[in-house]
Design a protein around this ligand. Structure first.
Ligand SMILES: *Cc1c(COP(=O)(O)O)cnc(C)c1O
Length: 293
């Protein structure tokens, strides 16, 4: 297997972005461009896979199995990384009515050589049982790629540049936020933005990943879900449109759009102290961006 870093663009750059809002509130805002990790599959998903793939290789596995929905960025990332690093990949997909052309994500993963097993929503709930049938041949990575090996890969990104006072990230399963909190050298704050409704349970999930209490330098903001996972409204889409007109890169409506919206709102509310350096983690996910946004 080729060295992981040689095939993906790590370390990723950091850029400063400018708005009157930031001047008025005396904060500096930077974006960690993890959307530039790879041309197709960007962001935190590759970070989370890195040590999983290294472990799979060290244990002698040739095949990787994982789980996801029809629009999962994780499924796309595993398919692409499997092809790059020479693993066969199998995706167990939620929904037995689906096939390999049901979504752009599944089509993409299929082109990259991933094979699928489509299971009912009931069967999908019991992933341990599903995985048991394959565990001798396949290295198993959980849904969303979040496990202890993922935390290590994510935590590294903080050391690729000077530490900010705050690092902000979108939160789906909490694996990325836990990874940031897992960096022992980082003394700043980690601010997570839940992209799903009633996200308070994610604090417990993050504690489980970290194997300790939810840390004091962490905060989970749950107001900016816009109705639930993958839901959106005109206010969110307008924010993304205006942002993209002013700046040189894109956001999407599932993760990064909600997080950026939330950070702008918190700056307006005066949440950040004067002189604060805030870094927004652009986790990528642009393969899931609405094309006619
Ligand atoms: C999966 C994903 C996240 C959320 O990461 P978690 O570790 O599941 O919290 C954030 N942004 C993008 C673009 C993603 O694909």
């Amino acid at each position: 297997m080729l060295e992981f870093e040689s095939l993906i663009n790590i370390p990723t750059p950091v850029i400063e972005i400018f708005e009157d809002l930031f001047v008025e509130n005396d904060v500096k805002v930077f974006v960690k461009r993890d959307d530039l990790t790879h041309v197709h599959v960007s962001g935190n998903k590759f970070r989370k896979l890195k040590y999983n793939f290294i472990e799979a290789k060290n244990l002698g596995f040739k095949k990787i199995l994982t789980f996801g929905g029809a629009f999962s960025n994780h499924i796309a990332a595993v398919a692409e990384a499997g092809l790059l690093f020479g693993f066969e990949t199998l995706g167990i997909i939620r929904g037995d009515e689906l096939n390999e052309t049901s979504s752009p994500t599944l089509k993409f993963a299929n082109q990259k050589g991933m094979r699928f097993k489509f299971v009912s929503r009931e069967a999908y709930r019991n992933k341990a049982d599903l995985a048991a049938n394959f565990s001798s041949e396949y290295f198993i990575i959980p849904e969303g790629g979040s496990n202890h090996l993922a935390l290590k890969g994510v935590s590294e990104l903080l050391d690729e540049q000077q530490h900010p006072d705050y690092i902000c990230t979108a939160v789906g399963t909490g694996g990325t936020m836990a990874g940031l909190l897992n960096n022992v050298n980082y003394k700043g704050e980690v601010l997570g933005f839940a992209v799903l409704k009633n996200g308070d349970f994610l604090k417990d999930d993050i504690s489980v990943f970290l194997e300790k209490n939810f840390p004091e330098n962490a905060e989970l903001e749950t107001r900016f879900h816009f109705g639930g996972y993958a839901k959106y409204n005109d206010e969110l889409l307008d924010f993304v449109k205006v942002f993209e007109l002013k700046h040189s890169f894109r956001l999407e409506q599932v993760y990064t759009g909600k997080m950026f919206f939330g950070v702008y709102q918190k700056i307006k509310e005066g949440y950040f102290k004067k002189g604060t350096r805030i870094m927004l983690l652009h986790t990528g996910g642009l393969q899931g961006r609405l094309s006619d946004l």
